[in-house]
Write a protein that binds this ligand. Sequence first.
Ligand code: ADP
Length: 349
Amino acid sequence: MRRIGVLTSGGDSPGMNAAIMAVARSAAYHELSLIGVKHGYNGLLCKSHNIHDDMAELDLDTVLDIADQPGTYLRTARCVEFKQPEVRERAVENLHKMGVEGLVVIGGDGSYQGAMRLCELGIPTIGIPGTIDNDLPYTEMTLGYDTAVNSCVSDIRAIRATSRSHDRPAVIEVMGRHCGDIALKSAASTGAEIVVVPEVHWSIDQVAERLNALIARGNNRVSVVVAEGAWENMEPFDVYGFLTANGVQCYPGEVISSPRLASILKLKCGMVEARATILGYTQRGQHPSAYDSSFAFEAGNLAVKLLSNGIGNQVVGIKDGRIFYMPIADALRCKRSFNMELYNLINSL
Ligand code: ADP
């Protein structure tokens, strides 16, 4: 192999730039030239007027400068049409035209599907799990998850300080899509008393009962950490009926959200005030933690080493604290196991 490419795809995650830097350094070491593909799989389709807006040789000096930065220098995007076989064939033609013989894809499970299809079309591809969600079960950690949890911990601590000052509870919504790991880990790390996640069916009444019990024990500054996907697994709740029963203005048909949950808990638990904070993209736009930076460094190096040895169709991950690789298809078949012990511990103490 003489030339390889690298792209970032799906949602951005802290550590993507560090992984690009590691790929660039390793490519230079293995005497491979490196093409940076812009905007995820879109770059392979060469949609821009200028080819350099889609694919361009990566300058090691520039890449060294951005390694510690949040976000991704290559930009990231979704590319819905990449699911069509004829579109992927066009992408492979473009790769051939550019002389790119192997590819590193940094992204989540959707991006891995695309990577697997490229392998089927003869482009050896290696995946690096770039997502804060930690929803790829073949690896102990995904790239960006540790940073996202640290970001949540810092914000939840700040919110708990103000909860303590005012003696009032707080609802805090964190990211993670269909995976409750960010919520679980950040709740455990901050001493939050209640956590709700998509993996476990829950009801507002259960949360209110738990909150009331904590208040009865003298703790009225409880933190309720909600995973953004938790609404998928919530017992339906009649917002309209509940609010009218209490003689409060009702909002028929309105969906439950963190601010709505906070106001329902306030009424159900007789609190003077309960506020919600949605942490959102602050979790993704952070400088990578030491853990994520070093994971990115090892992952980028292993990805290039594999390609330089003619090995493709693999993903890189962490097992027993060490970097490893396995076939993409096998990785995507792994089943998630949720840490029920930790969930029960947080919600029962
Ligand atoms: P993530 O990689 O973070 O899970 P997405 O699920 O949005 O994010 O996927 C990112 C991109 O991967 C999609 O926009 C698309 O370009 C590509 N992709 C997703 N699923 C497939 C698929 N089944 N076949 C080919 N490409 C896919």
